[in-house]
Design a protein around this ligand. Structure first.
Ligand SMILES: *[C@@H]1O[C@H](CO)[C@@H](O)[C@H](O)[C@H]1NC(C)=O
Ligand SMILES: *[C@@H]1O[C@H](CO)[C@@H](O)[C@H](O)[C@H]1NC(C)=O
Length: 317
């Protein structure tokens, strides 16, 4: 009797999960795996473990989060060693042309690593993707920055004002700023437009510059994640941020800028007047009225092209 029921149950399971052997994990098994405080993501052979209990929300305007001990001391030292003899004066993007120019607003020196340049970098990039829920391919390669005494980066936005810099990957949606060293005094990351700037308790060890906004003191291994776009994909002016002048010691940091689309592949076809769709589903979405319902993605906004300009008939080829 009992075995008959068991058999019937087995058939039922098979009926509900016809190809459980290939893809779908039975739901109860999936839930089992999700329990516990550590989320593991398998990416190309290396596993990226994220511990959500080490993350705190600093602010909602802008959306900013701090992950204590995101990098190990060894990872920090490794990144600094990779950069040490390759640093060059940092540049900024010109507002109109988008070209890299030298500017007194940014006096640090820096260099870009290659994406997944070595195993340590690949592991960190996988961890960033796991934490932010944003795909690794949407990220630029990591930039290492070095600030000596008096060096700073005046408050600025990480989203671009020019169209040229948005052609690959669209706007920068988020930034992960990793602190590779402690700084004795100064060098804080400051958000002058943050909602919480007045209510944040300011301890005496902060520099005067840091008192002008919501500020984060660099601590070796910590990572700061903040978003430059609102949830509706428009630019968030409260994401204005700067690096205060270093007063004592030196500052090392590593930055990962993450775009709304892939930064690896040239997926944007609407380069300079070209009238194309970026997605094969554009004609279908356009017929379904998405050009009107979701104009920022489909058509674009003031400062960036949408992905279905051809199907939405806002350009002519
Ligand atoms: C670039 O444009 C932004 C916003 O329009 C402005 O706040 C900033 O001062 C400009 N920077 C330069 C160097 O012109
Ligand atoms: C987008 O969201 C922001 C923040 O919630 C809001 O201030 C802004 O008006 C919104 N813009 C549009 C076009 O919906």
């Amino acid at each position: 009797m009992g075995s008959k029921y068991l058999l019937a149950f087995a058939f039922l399971v098979l009926a509900f999960f016809p190809d459980s052997s290939r893809s779908a994990i039975p739901r109860w098994l999936g839930e089992q795996k999700m329990r516990g405080s550590v989320i593991r993501m398998k990416t190309g052979g290396s596993s990226a473990a994220i511990d959500p209990t080490r993350v705190t929300q600093l602010s909602w305007r802008p959306r900013a989060f701090l992950y204590k001990g995101f990098l190990s001391n060894e990872e920090c030292d490794h990144l600094m060693d990779m950069a040490r003899d390759k640093l060059e004066k940092s540049m900024v993007a010109d507002n109109e042309s988008g070209k890299s120019i030298a500017s007194e607003v940014r006096t640090s020196s820096g260099m870009f690593l290659g994406k997944a340049q070595d195993e340590v970098v690949a592991e960190i990039e996988a961890r960033i993707a796991a934490w932010t829920f944003l795909p690794a391919e949407n990220g630029e390669s990591i930039q290492i920055l070095h600030y000596e005494h008096g060096q700073k980066y005046e408050p600025h936005y990480d989203y671009f004002h020019d169209k040229a810099n948005q052609e690959l990957g669209g706007h920068r949606v988020a930034t992960v700023l990793m602190y590779l060293s402690n700084v004795e005094k100064g060098g804080e990351t400051v958000f002058p437009n943050a909602e919480g700037k007045l209510t944040q308790p300011k301890s005496d060890d902060l520099s005067d510059c840091a008192k002008n906004g919501y500020s984060v003191k660099p601590m070796k291994g910590d990572a700061l994640l903040f978003f430059s776009l609102h949830l509706n994909a428009t630019t968030d002016t409260s994401s204005l941020h700067g690096s205060c002048p270093v007063i004592e010691g030196e500052k090392w940091s590593a930055t990962k800028w993450i775009h709304v689309r892939s930064f690896d592949k040239l997926t944007r076809n609407s380069v300079d007047g070209e009238c194309k769709d970026d997605n094969v589903n554009c004609p279908m979405w356009a017929r379904a009225g998405e050009c009107q319902k979701n104009p920022v993605y489909m058509v674009g906004s003031e400062d960036s092209y949408g992905s279905c300009r051809k199907s939405c008939k806002v350009c002519s080829s």
